[in-house]
Design a protein around this ligand. Structure first.
Ligand SMILES: Nc1ncnc2c1ncn2[C@@H]1O[C@H](COP(=O)(O)OP(=O)(O)OP(=O)(O)O)[C@@H](O)[C@H]1O
Length: 307
């Protein structure tokens, strides 16, 4: 069995003259959760639609479970679960009836109670779809996407509109499914969701992938930051160079703050050098702190830089 669940190579999609996806490539291994992140309009949904088989790749190659998801839709589609952004429920059916209705369409469906539990909707089994909260509707969407025991699950902003508890529960459910071998392609605007769940991710901006890899790889290349307020009697020019990195200085209301951005391997020796330098001069370094770069830092500097 091929180990690659999704392969996208040099995908290009145009709307008229506008190239919404401009040569996107990525691969998702079986059993992996891959997050596609990006600014509004970056091309995530357009990419997802090509991978789900809703639209043909205009140029480039898309393979899902080794097949073309558009041309070989009948073979591929039953093996996919797609959580829709806006589920089209029948307003008057209850949660349980909606699930049963859906179970009628697929071969070998998951049992209704298992789906209610996966979605955390057991207590809402008898509630009509129109009376569910926004977050509960999204959870029902998730249950429906899981009905046919998919091998690959597509989650397009799954936790948008959920309260923090429902979001947490949904993420836990997804993490458990991935642990059990499910492959997931996720888009989200919650960077902490990607940070928590993704084995690997890609950040898209204006139709292109601008960063990709594991969270550690994407964030790691960005460096850790050491900061402190420059003591009043220390000239900025006297600050040490740490592992070849000079201090960046920001001045706010007459106070200078020094920041060193160090590669991860240089963090410990860099901090040690700084503390020794301060010790030798009997200096206190007010407000000293070390921050890891976060996915948000990378996102803002790669995807957000020109917007
Ligand atoms: N049917 C369409 N006709 C013309 N332009 C479109 C169409 N669908 C999308 N676009 C444009 O293509 C670009 C990519 O849209 P897409 O929905 O793929 O982005 P996205 O990354 O999913 O954005 P968001 O995070 O806002 O959902 C956007 O500039 C959008 O306006």
């Amino acid at each position: 069995m091929e180990n690659t669940a999704i392969r996208v190579r040099e995908l290009r999609q145009r709307y008229g003259e506008f190239e919404a996806v401009a040569g996107v490539s990525f691969e998702v291994a079986r059993g992996e959760l891959f997050a596609l992140l990006g600014t509004n309009g970056a091309g995530k949904t357009t990419t997802l639609e090509a991978v789900e088989g809703h639209r043909a790749a205009q140029s480039g190659e898309v393979r899902v479970l080794g097949r073309d998801p558009y041309r070989e839709r009948r073979a591929v589609r039953p093996r996919l679960g797609i959580m829709l952004q806006e589920g089209g429920f029948f307003a008057d059916l209850t949660t349980a009836e909606t699930i049963d209705h859906w179970r009628g369409f697929v071969e070998d469906p998951r049992p209704r109670d298992e789906l209610l539990d996966l979605a955390g909707l057991r207590e809402q089994a008898g509630v009509r779809a129109r009376q569910l909260s926004g977050g509960q509707k999204r959870r029902l969407d998730l249950a429906l996407a899981l009905t046919g025991r998919p091998e690959v699950l597509f989650l397009d902003e799954p936790t948008t509109g959920m309260d923090p508890e429902a979001r947490h529960a949904t993420r836990r459910t997804v993490a458990e499914l991935v642990r059990d071998g499910l492959t997931v392609l996720l888009t989200t605007h919650y960077l902490e969701e990607a940070e928590q769940l993704a084995d690997r991710l890609a950040i898209m901006h204006r139709g292109r992938v601008v960063a990709s890899g594991t969270v550690a790889e994407v964030v790691g290349g960005h460096g850790d930051r050491v900061r402190f307020r420059v003591p009043p009697d220390v000239p900025v020019a006297d600050l040490p160079v740490l592992r070849g990195v000079a201090a960046g200085i920001e001045v706010d209301a007459g106070h200078a703050t020094a920041t060193y951005t160090l590669p991860p391997d240089d963090l410990q020796p860099g901090v040690y050098g700084l503390l020794r330098w301060a010790d030798e001069r009997s200096l206190a370094l007010p407000g000293l702190r070390v921050d890891n770069a976060s996915l948000e830092d990378v996102f803002l500097s790669t995807a957000g830089a020109e917007s």
